[in-house]
Design a binder for this molecule. Structure first.
Ligand code: G3P
Length: 273
């Protein structure tokens, strides 16, 4: 499984690449706002174009998703092309993030605009990461429209299931991949029993029909969910920096280092000087 870092924070991105574990970057408007706010709070005068250029360079030629902000097909296509023209020459690694369905509410006439934008941009050779995927059928349609990547939002599915059932939770709380029984009922959203189940179903469908589209397990909140994304065959997981850090932690690892350190023989250390 490839690991992308889900961040627009240059420090985090540089660090993750320096560790040699990062295969790409995903950003979205919220992540960009967080990174920009951090720089502004530190008193920096931000040149957003320069900042994104640095982000693309920091990613060492591996794919970086930049998201559109428009909500109509025409607007998304124009922005997608502009982003690609403006930034792809820097490291040849830009892909454009398009929401599968930009309608703000049911009944809007723009339901298919996401698909149209995916299709037009893909036909022009601009790779698309189709985002905000919450059903396997959305993933199937995005793949058919030519998306290079689809991004099912695992953590947000788990949020939805717990919220509907009136269960209190923290954002990083683990949610069982095999589902959660509450008041004798298995929580589900139209046949999806967890965020990881959504990822699994997306992978399965795209593999049955041999699409080249890669599934990016997104909205991953904790190491166990990252592990489960790998177990269900996600091609990629995009992970917040904190999750990458937490994946390294175990109390017995710390204890082992402490015990080995106590037992070091001085002759061995001297030999290595
Ligand atoms: O990659 C999508 C991601 O940034 C959303 O994550 O944790 O806000 O649901 P989250």
């Amino acid at each position: 499984m490839k690991i992308f870092i889900d961040s627009a924070d240059l420090d985090e991105i540089r660090q993750a690449f320096a560790w040699g574990v990062c295969d790409g970057v995903t950003t979205n408007p919220s992540l960009l706002k967080k990174a920009v706010d951090k720089r502004k709070a530190a008193g920096e005068k931000l040149d957003i174009k320069e900042y994104i250029s640095q982000l693309l360079q920091a990613s060492q030629g591996s794919p970086v998703s930049l998201e559109v902000t428009e909500l109509t097909a025409e607007g998304m296509i124009a922005q997608g092309k502009r982003l690609f023209e403006m930034f792809n020459h820097i490291a040849r690694n830009v892909n454009i993030k398009i929401p599968i369905n930009p309608a703000l509410k049911d009944g809007d006439t723009t339901h298919f605009d996401g698909l149209k934008a995916v299709s037009v941009l893909s036909d022009e050779g601009i790779p698309v990461n189709c985002t905000l995927i919450f059903t396997p059928e959305q993933a199937l349609l995005a793949a058919k429209a030519g998306a290079a990547y689809v991004s099912p939002f695992a953590g947000r599915v788990d949020d939805l299931l717990r919220k509907r059932a009136g269960i209190k939770f923290d954002k990083s709380d683990y949610y069982p991949a095999d589902g959660f029984v509450h008041n004798n009922e298995l929580l589900e959203d139209n046949g999806i029993i967890s965020g990881i189940d959504l990822v699994r179903q997306c992978v399965e469908i795209l593999e049955i029909y041999e699409f080249d589209t890669e599934v990016i397990a997104a909205s991953i909140r904790n190491p166990r969910q990252a592990r489960e994304a790998a177990l269900v065959g996600a091609h990629i997981a995009t992970l917040p920096f904190s999750v990458i850090c937490d994946m390294l932690k175990h109390e017995k690892t710390h204890e082992g280092v402490e015990l080995f350190t106590k037992d070091i023989v001085i002759e061995y250390v001297n030999m290595l000087k």
